[in-house]
Design a protein around this ligand. Structure first.
Ligand code: NAP
Length: 262
């Protein structure tokens, strides 16, 4: 259903968004863009001190009614349940879910990845995204529709051999996007995926802060720079907005023109 907006309306007015891993980096920038675009937001991450700090910053800017936060380690069932329940308690519904949490405890070739590291990567990066989708989708359905966005990576499309297991986990999210989109289309829920290139955050600092490595990586980008978290937040907000009303099951790459294999 396409809505018409007056100049005072914002594209996500009336929406309520859960964003995982949203106390810094891409998640924080996404939360901020969603609230700028009119949504109410529930931010979350593992550490209470990080949640409190992020909530304070965003409440100061956007008011106490639009922003709340809760601790949620995405692989803990009680935390996930609490995240959903707190969102319903504070805002009354959920219409947007952004699955952003990921881990990468090892670097190296996939065949050298220890079993425990593989399990941890898939637990956080893939299984938690799947479980949260299962847990949140009924709430979005009951509101008549909304959006889900998974944060994958350019490494999910062109695997980075030195981040072998991580790359495979991010490829799995491309598949999850397609199958969940097919399941939820009839419920008016669009499901898409964003694949960021290298973005300057703590998570990517091993790549961006190493002079020779970053020089090598920048050569592969048409734009010759690393991205900023806001440049992914704006893509995610677009995917959740009425401007993307005919887009589902897709992957949107935002990489500054990453041309060659990593
Ligand atoms: P970041 O700036 O380092 O932020 C990570 C956030 O995740 C923090 O808020 C952290 O807070 C939270 N977090 C970590 N583990 C968590 C868990 N198990 N449960 C809940 N929250 C957790 O990272 P980022 O670069 O923005 O990465 C965000 C997403 O973008 C990831 O999915 C990553 O794979 C993807 N990505 C990043 C890049 C890049 O170049 N940066 C490129 C492609 C894709 P706490 O410590 O309080 O939990």
């Amino acid at each position: 259903m396409t809505k018409m907006y007056s100049s005072t309306n914002k594209p996500l007015d009336g929406h309520v968004a859960i964003i995982t891993a949203s106390t810094e980096g891409i998640g924080f920038a996404t939360a901020k863009q969603l609230v700028v675009d009119g949504a109410s937001i529930m931010i979350s991450s593992r550490k209470k001190s990080n949640v409190d700090k992020a909530v304070e910053i965003l409440q100061n800017e956007f008011g106490e009614n639009k922003v709340h936060g809760v601790v949620c380690h995405v692989s803990k069932k009680e935390d996930r349940q609490n995240l959903i329940q707190e969102t319903i308690n504070k805002f009354g519904c959920i219409t947007i879910f952004v699955s952003n949490a990921a881990t990468n405890p090892v670097s190296g070739s996939v065949l050298d990845c220890p079993d425990e590291a593989w399990d941890k990567i898939f637990d956080i990066n893939v299984k938690s995204a799947f479980l949260l989708t299962k847990e949140i989708a009924p709430h979005i359905k009951s509101r008549g529709g909304g959006s889900i966005v998974y944060v994958s990576s350019i490494a999910g499309i062109n695997p980075m051999p030195m981040l072998g297991a991580y790359s495979v986990s991010k490829t799995a999210l491309l598949g999850l996007t397609k199958v969940v989109a097919a399941d939820l289309a009839e419920h008016n829920i669009r499901v898409n995926c964003v694949a960021p290139g290298i973005i300057k955050t703590k998570f990517a600092s091993a790549l961006t802060e190493n002079e020779s490595l970053s020089e090598y990586l920048l050569q592969m980008k048409l734009m010759k720079r690393f991205g900023r978290p806001e440049e992914i937040g704006s893509v995610i907000s677009f995917l959740c907005s009425p401007s993307a009303s005919f887009i589902t099951g897709e992957v949107l790459v935002a990489s500054g023109g990453m041309t060659s294999r990593l």
